[in-house]
Design a protein around this ligand. Structure first.
Ligand code: 16G
Ligand code: ZN
Length: 533
């Protein structure tokens, strides 16, 4: 096997660059990724062996990035993001000179006390990018060289691969997460959705912009498993599902476009008050929006989905007589609009925890609650249920028909929600379920609270690594003195809040500001940005 790794590594030479496993794995121009994907394959094999042969997932995608980019990330056995300490091993291996790859591999094996005889098992999938198949070939070369068993799931959304990783590792156990197949995913969601909306009416269609990515064909497949509108189910209109013209991926459409431009995709034909949503390129982010006849475009972002879900699940827990025994909480990042935080704490009476940016931090914090609702403002998020919550939903004896119905809805939600990671398809069905139960249009949802005007700016700086933060990225500790200057500025603005943090995905600093009025938010953002330059 030793020679196999050396020889295979030589076929995937490393360019003269330094790579870093960032918040979403390795991500960059696809033509620079061949050696990285190869080495990630080796890491996957090591990680699987370290865990006694549990299956590891590898996803090849660059999410909302432009079509010429690609990326690769690892999925841990229960469908979570790769454990933190392993990001460093992946980075080390990705940066080893070609001739050293094999030595570094064996050094990691030795340092981490990995038995090379233990089986290694890996499953993988990719999004629709044209660079995908070639990168898969590099991955397979590594898996063969490392002697791993593997299964190719071809095209999948990122959350589907997370689902399959967990299903594979729990198959045949009491914790079984579902059938180990793509069909199993659709069946699970379809059945759970039918149970969750039983007796409720979904008014009108929802239009889903699929960012011309893998979410398009996968949603079309999922629709076959959902009850139709005419049968008391849902009408889904799929748009931007062109996967045959790769250059259209994420181009003037998709969740990232809608959130950052604060407008519908230019191709949208939505009429006033029509319910619309957008997925991103690998279908793990979801953003809703509609056109208000009075106020124009209205965005219903990740904060809105979190507040909607928390309010609904909180009500159900109360109706089911479980509010006392279950700890429900919401996890946000510093980007969450201050008005949403206030709404959760004051109106819903639920605790809010703030973590640094990146799904792994939010997910981890959410698992500390019995029902942990987490969403980034950009639309990535989900709800996780503790073992205790799942058990309570199962064994609680209802004392009234209303309690029985609340319990049944809660049980359906635990199957409908992809608890491994944010999943745009599952989240969309969750939102539709909640709106149906509340008999709300997007307008009523929008009226729950009023967002504070806010502005996010990207600031080019000489060295973003100079900017070190604390308190979930809300305060700078370095460069010294800068935070005091920001604080002094913020004080001058009504409802002012601002922070600066280095991006984890781009070579830039990001400055966020919110304040009582649009012009003040803009002014605060540009003044803080000027301080940071
Ligand atoms: C990554 C993160 C996303 C985060 C974004 C921030 C995951 C799977 N993805 O895309 O959650 O919002 O980075 O980017 O964790 P930034 O550091 O460039 O602001
Ligand atoms: Zn994504």
């Amino acid at each position: 096997m030793a020679d196999a790794i050396l020889a295979a590594a030589a076929k995937h030479p490393k360019p003269d660059l330094t790579f870093q496993y960032g918040t979403a794995g390795f991500r960059m121009k696809a033509n620079l990724l061949d050696s990285v994907v190869f080495r990630v394959g080796l890491v996957a094999a090591l990680r699987s062996r370290k865990l006694g042969g549990l299956t590891i997932g590898v996803m090849i995608t660059a999410s909302h990035n432009p079509p010429e980019d690609n990326g690769v990330k690892l999925v841990d056995p229960m469908g979570e993001m790769l454990e933190n300490s392993w990001e460093a091993y992946a980075t080390t291996l990705a940066n080893a000179p070609d001739a050293e790859v094999e030595n570094v591999y064996h050094k990691l094996e030795k340092d981490l006390k990995i038995n090379p005889e233990t089986p290694a098992r890996v499953i993988y999938a990719r999004d629709t990018r044209t660079s995908g198949p070639k990168l898969v070939a590099a991955l397979v070369d590594a898996l063969k060289a490392a002697g791993a068993e593997y299964t190719d799931y071809r095209l999948l959304t990122t959350p589907q691969l997370h689902y399959l990783t967990r299903c594979t590792n729990t198959e045949g156990t009491p914790q079984s997460y579902g059938d180990v197949s793509e069909k199993g995913y659709y069946e699970k969601l379809g059945t759970a959705f039918a149970r969750a909306i039983k007796g409720k009416k979904i008014v009108g269609p929802v239009t889903v912009d699929c960012a011309n990515g893998v979410g398009g064909p996968k949603l079309a497949e999922l629709v076959k498993y959902l009850p139709k509108g005419s049968e008391g189910g849902i009408d889904i209109k799929i748009v931007n599902d062109d996967v045959l013209r790769p250059e259209t991926l994420n181009h003037e459409c998709g969740a990232d476009f809608v959130k950052t431009k604060q407008r519908a995709p230019p191709s949208s034909k939505a009429a006033p008050n029509d319910r619309c949503c957008s997925l991103d390129g690998d279908a793990d982010r979801l953003i809703y929006y509609f056109n208000d006849p009075e106020h124009g475009f209205r965005l219903l972002d990740g904060d809105r989905i979190a507040t909607l879900a928390a309010s609904f699940i909180g009500d159900l827990a109360r109706e089911a007589g479980l509010a006392e025994e279950l700890k429900i909480g919401v996890v946000q990042t510093a980007y969450a609009n201050g008005a949403s935080t206030k709404y959760v704490e004051k109106t819903l009476g639920l605790p809010v925890v703030c973590t640094p940016t990146g799904v792994k931090w939010l997910h981890h914090a959410a698992t500390k609650f019995d029902v942990g609702v987490y969403f980034e403002a950009n639309g990535h998020g989900t709800v996780v249920f503790s073992q205790q919550a799942l058990k309570a939903f199962k064994i609680k004896e209802p004392e009234s028909p209303a309690q029985a119905s609340a319990l049944e809805t809660l049980r359906a939600l635990t199957d409908l929600i992809n608890q491994t990671v944010g999943d745009a398809l599952s989240d969309m069905l969750l939102v539709e379920t909640i709106l149906a139960h509340k008999a709300w249009t997007p307008r009523e949802w929008d009226l729950t609270y009023t967002d504070l005007p806010n502005r996010l700016v990207r600031v080019e700086v000489a060295d973003r690594n100079m900017f070190k933060t604390t308190d979930a990225e809300r305060k700078l500790v370095e460069p010294s003195g800068l935070q005091e200057q920001i604080d002094a500025l913020v004080k001058k603005f009504k409802d002012g809040r601002s922070f600066a943090r280095a991006s984890g995905t781009e070579d830039a600093l990001r400055v966020y500001a919110e304040a009582a009025t649009r012009s003040e938010a803009d002014d605060l953002a540009s003044k803080v940005a000027a301080l940071c330059k």
